[in-house]
Design a binder for this molecule. Sequence first.
Ligand SMILES: Nc1ncnc2c1ncn2[C@@H]1O[C@H](COP(=O)(O)OP(=O)(O)OP(=O)(O)O)[C@@H](O)[C@H]1O
Ligand SMILES: [Mg+2]
Length: 282
Amino acid sequence: MKNSFKFKKEIVNEELFNNNIALPHSEEYPDEEIIFSVKNFQFYYDNGAKHALKDINLEIFKRKVTAFIGPSGCGKSTLLRCFNRMNDLIDGNKKEGEILYKGTPIDTLNTIQLRSKVGMVFQQPNPFPMSIYNNITYGPKCQGLRNKKELDKIVYQSLNDVGLYEEVKDQITHSGTSLSGGQQQRLCIARCIAMSPDIILMDEPTSALDPIATLKIEELIRKLKEKYTIIIVTHNMQQAARISDYTAFFMLGELVEFNKTEEFFAHPKNKKSEDYITGKFS
Ligand SMILES: Nc1ncnc2c1ncn2[C@@H]1O[C@H](COP(=O)(O)OP(=O)(O)OP(=O)(O)O)[C@@H](O)[C@H]1O
Ligand SMILES: [Mg+2]
């Protein structure tokens, strides 16, 4: 599968596909391995008129769940979309500083390769208008995988990983859009997993779901972190407290506080964090 890609930089490719690559440990949290480092990062929309992210410095740790929280418009989604360079698609964007993925600046990477390693799940479940099977095999087929047995295995494994296999095994040829909202969101997560990502970015993945479907996704996130690194944007502070290991709190484009989630909620270091979690503003 590796050879079916056409990369601009062969060296970067080798490095990134080598899962044994030694990651640096965080100075502040020495047990943690750093998968993404955000360094002095600025992001602007509208040709610089809108300064959406201001001097962000942040580390994302391997196989941990990091929650991005903060009031509406503070830049959570903007930062999330920077990790797989989705914002590059927006006209008039400008960025300064850098984001390193396993030590390599993401701007030097081929975006197709980067996005295969950094998958994304959106607020509204968005299965493709095609069968459950084809939703999951879409990415691997785009990468050149044609072997039916291998594709079947990926479909089984991905659906099983998101707890959907038993629910949909008899309707695998039915349209993904025929599933319930919660099932559709799990299908979207399965589609993401089918690409064997390192990181899954989730932008308010449960805000369109009912409480039971939400709990299923939360359980799933807890399970998925055994294999994947997860960054989740959420408006729901209870959710951040329930599922994340680390919390990053943003306001007006600035990172106000980053801490272990338990610490963040029990002993916020910053007055603004305390005001936010005690509901003094939203
Ligand atoms: N495509 C865009 N063009 C111009 N400005 C944008 C664009 N997308 C976002 N912004 C602005 O950038 C700032 C950060 O937006 P962003 O969507 O990242 O916030 P957010 O924290 O995710 O908010 P919410 O919780 O409401 O989703 C906001 O002021 C927003 O209006
Ligand atoms: Mg948002």
